[in-house]
Structures are given as structure tokens and as C-alpha cells.
Design a protein around this ligand. Structure first.
Ligand code: AKG
Ligand code: FE2
Length: 299
């Protein structure tokens, strides 16, 4: 059985990226302590308990999936903006974009009796159109211990170069076995899937993923975390979920008010009350300079 490499929570960004680029996945051990895990779980449990099972085999008929974690949980916000994770996500994705953004947040609770999920690539969310581009940096944070018996994620290390049509055999599949508080980091291109839960306890993981600032997000953050909630977040988190320009011209809007009563073209921060009424521009001058430099091959 192939084994996933495990690094300590203190591993450097370069160490993480080296293994991720080679194997497509790794485990970062003990990122959260037990108190932190318990505190996030206690915030999320009422939502998890109120969530119905999936309605098809892929989402899992004995699995619950609970989202909008930025809006719902302080602890999840800290996980989304975790400095070591953001540094690694930026290093991994920045060759393909100016800005990264949050792609989805979801508690995945695999309950006893759930069969294994079909092995897949998460990047198939966009179909198979993207070639030669790495669009996704993913995490699953273990909120319970993950064991092969209780549904630890199936992962095929070294599968980044496989054809989309490849059907992995048993001996190509490893399992992300890790103690609660650890994080499975995996790319959008690695073959993986939820594991079968043959135990008598729930396996709970928090899936938090990031993508290029110019691609559509899987979980619509503007609806899951509308401006009135986003206003209360840190500027970093606001930008990460999408309340910032994705590039010089990506993401502006025009407030739909009566003629002459508002500005015309504004960046999304305007919806959070962060700019005054005459702020009328596309992205910032810095972003324009960055894009121009990259077009001229200067970065
Ligand atoms: O819950 C897991 O371990 C993985 C689930 C997964 O890969 C998915 O739903 O896309
Ligand atoms: Fe997946």
C-alpha cells in the first residue's frame, strides 16, 4: 500500500511544496491541538447535526456535508486563514494567478456504513478543460482521528501525471491516516476519494480548498457569506473569500442605485463600506503594475 509522506506542523513552505509537487499529497501532523479541535467542533456541531445525508453515491448517502463555514465559525476562519497553509497555497498556485481565493469550505462527516467514494480529481469541478495549469490547493483537517477503518481519505500518491481515464487498482491507493488536528494537503490533480467507514464512529473532516483568483469558486462565497457578514471579517479573510479584485479587471461591480446616486465602477470592497462614494476605478494601481510586469515577462 503506498504511504503518504507526513511532515511536522513546523515544516517550511518549501518542504511542503516539494512533497506536494512530487506526490500530489501529504499530511501535516498536529497543526491544531485537541482543545482547538474541540472548540471548532462545538461551534459546528449544531449545523452538522442538522444536515441531511447526501442524495447520491458521490456525495454519500451516509455522509453529511455542511458549508458556509466562514460565516458560521470563528475557529473555521482561523483554519481558512492559517498562515502556514496560506503561504503554501500561494506558493503552489501563484505561478498561475495574481491572487488566490477560497474555493470551498465543507465539514464532511462520514458515518458508519458509508461505502468508499469513487476516486476522482477535485479539478474535475471545472471539467477537463484546464490543461497545463494547477488550479487547486486543498486541505482536509481531521476533526476526529482518521483511520483506514473509519474512512480516512483514499489517496494515490504520485498520480498527478495519470490520464483522466485511469482507474486506480487497490495497490495504488493509500490512506490519509492521521490524528485529529492534522491536515491532509492535496492538489487538484491528485486521485483521491473519501474512504469506507467500517467502524462504529463518525469520521469528521473539514475540507477547505483554494483556487486561482480567476476561476469560478465551487462554494459561492458571495451568497454563503454576504456583505453584512463579510463586513465583520479581517481584511485578509475578506480578500480571500472574494471581496477583492481577482486581477486588474476581474470582479468589479456597479451598485444598482438610482441615476446619480452612487458611483459607477467600484471594486468589491465597496460593498463592505471600505471605500468612500467617489471611489471609481478598476483594481488598484499596484495590481495593474503587477499584471503589466508579468505580461512583459518581468516576474
Ligand atoms: O472526505 C474525504 O475524505 C474526501 C471527500 C472528497 O474527496 C470529495 O468529496 O471530493
Ligand atoms: Fe475530492
Amino acid at each position: 500500500m503506498p504511504k503518504l509522506e507526513t511532515l511536522p506542523a513546523t515544516a517550511s513552505t518549501d518542504e511542503i511544496i516539494t512533497v506536494l509537487s512530487r506526490d500530489g499529497a501529504l499530511i501535516l501532523k498536529d497543526v491544531l491541538n485537541r482543545d482547538e479541535v474541540d472548540s471548532v467542533l462545538s461551534e459546528l456541531m449544531p449545523y452538522i447535526d442538522a444536515t441531511d445525508y447526501g442524495r447520491d453515491d458521490f456525495t454519500g448517502r451516509k455522509t453529511t456535508r455542511t458549508g458556509a463555514l466562514v460565516a458560521r465559525s470563528e475557529g473555521a476562519r482561523n483554519m481558512v486563514a492559517h498562515p502556514a497553509i496560506i503561504a503554501a497555497a500561494e506558493k503552489f498556485l501563484k505561478p498561475f494567478c495574481e491572487r488566490i481565493q477560497l474555493h470551498l469550505t465543507q465539514v464532511i462527516r462520514i458515518r458508519p456504513g458509508q461505502p468508499k467514494q469513487a476516486i476522482h480529481r477535485d479539478r474535475w469541478a471545472w471539467g477537463t478543460y484546464l490543461k497545463g495549469i494547477e488550479p487547486q490547493f486543498n486541505t482536509i483537517w481531521a476533526m476526529t482521528d482518521f483511520t483506514k477503518e473509519n474512512g480516512a481519505t483514499q489517496v494515490c500518491p504520485g498520480s498527478l501525471g495519470w490520464e483522466d481515464s485511469h482507474e486506480p487498482s487497490e495497490d495504488e491507493i493509500g490512506y490519509a491516516e492521521m490524528p485529529a488536528g492534522s491536515v491532509l494537503i492535496y492538489s487538484g490533480g491528485v486521485f483521491h476519494g473519501g474512504g469506507e467507514n467500517a467502524s462504529n464512529m463518525d469520521r469528521i473532516g473539514v475540507n477547505i480548498t483554494y483556487t486561482l483568483g480567476w476561476l469560478r469558486q465551487e462554494e459561492n462565497q458571495y451568497l454563503s457569506c454576504p456583505p453584512e457578514i463579510a463586513k465583520t471579517l479581517s481584511p485578509e479573510l475578506q480578500a480571500l473569500i472574494g471581496y477583492s479584485m481577482g486581477s486588474y479587471a476581474l470582479g468589479y461591480y456597479t451598485p444598482p442605485v438610482a441615476a446619480g446616486e452612487g458611483p459607477e465602477v467600484v471594486p468589491p470592497e465597496f460593498a463592505l463600506g471600505k471605500m468612500d462614494g467617489d471611489a471609481s476605478q478598476f483594481g488598484s494601481a499596484e495590481l495593474l503594475a503587477e499584471v503589466s510586469a508579468s505580461i512583459r515577462g518581468e516576474k
